[in-house]
Write a protein that binds this ligand. Structure first.
Ligand SMILES: [Zn+2]
Length: 457
């Protein structure tokens, strides 16, 4: 019944998604009462108006986030989606804000991420309403507008004291169900140096971002000719080091292999490779202390073992550590690190140990940013319900996934990532020629409708 009802609305659903995709909702600076710019505002207004026209009550929280609500009951379940998009970039064969249909696919920025499934969720609820399916909980479709640039939308929702769902999902990732996401910590530390002596580390730099394994790093050293010559002798002891000499200076280049910060073991860290080389050279006391500290406490391992923070759990494996950037001169050196801790562990389980270690090296904190871990037990009723729905609708086993990265689910309690991308479908979000296949979109809406019924029973 529900599936049929949804298919009957297919043309209307497609048109509504096309109209939403045609609004270029890339974040811009705030303008008047539009905190994320005009495009984002219009996409929110459009979605709330659509929800009203379909018979739902709506709430707009200061043009930052809004929702459509349906039904009765003390408790509430939610679908959390977002209407902002990343910039379109180059390489499109169809207009990125056209919403054109070619070969059974709707093309455009936001079709998969995340306007297609978000608008789809309104229609899932509409089908439930039209069929008068009895529910015991209220249902909210929540329209975030700042997922791509910080999730300040959900922070505003929470700050306003809005109700947190007892269960829900975000169709902003992939199927089957992501019930675990590692916690992510990004930290910058610096060490002040008092450089003097025969050899001076004039500058050091490497890496492009904390969450990327650096594939290149370099250091410039100045000093007496004789001392410089002794550095050249070291070269044969080390791999992937190239030396360039000019006058009283020597440039050390270090090469590694890049990889994503969630899988640093797949790369080779050019910064650490450089540091191990430099550690063999006699600089000032401070510089030596820094290099020694880095060798002993960071080293080449990627699981936090040298720092004594190698947390583990059965469902998501090991702690992950990546030294992402280094920048320095004669006065100070700063490093950025990206760390991911197992899904069942907490920030408090290791952060004090980490900070103590940084103090040993006399490094000072510049910033530490934290996104908590997420884990919902496979034994919870909530996860079992989503699994049941997924298996009934697809005939496939609803395996649970733990990931090293983070999804929109982290922004709000009691939410997990569920769809819209099916196993084997290519990654299209944030790419040129983003699209959503109409057939799999319709399937997703049917799954969402069944999941809402199950959760709100
Ligand atoms: Zn998204």
């Amino acid at each position: 019944m529900l599936d049929r009802k949804i298919l009957d609305m297919k043309d209307e659903i497609i048109q509504s998604i096309q109209k939403c995709v045609q609004i270029k909702s890339v974040e811009e600076g705030s303008k008047g009462n539009m905190p994320f710019g005009e495009g984002v505002y219009k996409a929110l207004e459009y979605s709330l108006k659509l929800s009203e026209n379909l018979g739902f009550n709506t709430v707009n929280l200061d043009n930052m986030i809004g929702y459509a609500e349906y039904g009765q009951g003390d408790e509430m379940v939610a679908v959390l989606g977002h209407l902002d998009v990343v910039p379109e970039g180059d390489g499109w064969k169809y207009p990125p804000y056209g919403g054109e249909i070619h070969g059974g696919k709707i093309y455009g920025r936001g079709t998969t991420d995340d306007k297609g499934p978000t608008i789809g969720a309104i229609y899932a609820l509409k089908a439930i309403k039209d069929l008068n399916i009895p529910l015991n909980k209220r249902v909210r479709i929540i329209f975030g507008t700042n997922e791509e640039t910080g999730s300040n939308c959900v922070k505003h929702y929470v700050k306003k004291g809005e109700e947190i769902p007892v269960a829900g999902f975000t169709p902003d990732s992939e199927y089957p169900i992501i019930n675990g996401e590692k916690g992510i910590v990004t930290s910058k530390y610096k060490k002040v140096l008092d450089s003097k002596g025969d050899l001076i580390l004039k500058s050091i730099r490497g890496g492009i971002a904390p969450n990327v394994v650096p594939d290149y790093a370099e250091a410039l050293i100045k000093g007496e000719k004789q001392k410089i010559n002794s550095i050249k002798m070291l070269k044969d002891k080390y791999k992937d080091i190239v030396i360039e000499e000019k006058d009283n200076e020597i440039l050390i280049k270090s090469y590694g292999i890049s990889a994503h910060g969630s899988t640093p073991h797949k790369g080779k860290n050019a910064i650490m490779n450089l540091i191990l080389f430099l550690n063999d050279i006699d600089f000032s006391l401070d510089t030596n202390e820094f290099l020694c500290f880095m060798k002993e406490y960071i080293g080449l391992n990627t699981d936090g073992k040298s720092l004594g923070i190698n947390l583990q759990d059965e469902v998501s494996g090991s702690f992950i550590f990546n030294l992402g950037t280094i920048i320095g001169n004669e006065e100070e050196i700063a490093i950025e690190m990206n760390m991911r801790y197992p899904v069942t562990k907490k920030f408090e389980d290791f952060i004090d140990i980490f900070k103590e270690k940084m103090e040993i090296g006399r490094l000072q904190e510049v910033y530490t940013r934290h996104k908590h871990s997420l884990y919902v037990s496979p034994d919870s009723e909530f996860i079992k319900k989503l699994q049941k729905v997924y298996e009934e609708k697809t005939g496939e086993k609803a395996e649970l996934i733990c990931i090293g990265g983070g999804t929109y689910a982290k922004a709000m309690d009691n939410i997990v990532a569920f769809g819209p991308v099916f196993k084997g479908q290519p990654k299209v979000e944030h790419q040129p020629n983003e699209y959503i296949e109409i057939d799999s979109l319709m399937k997703s809406i049917q799954i969402m409708a069944a999941a809402i019924c199950e959760l709100a029973k």
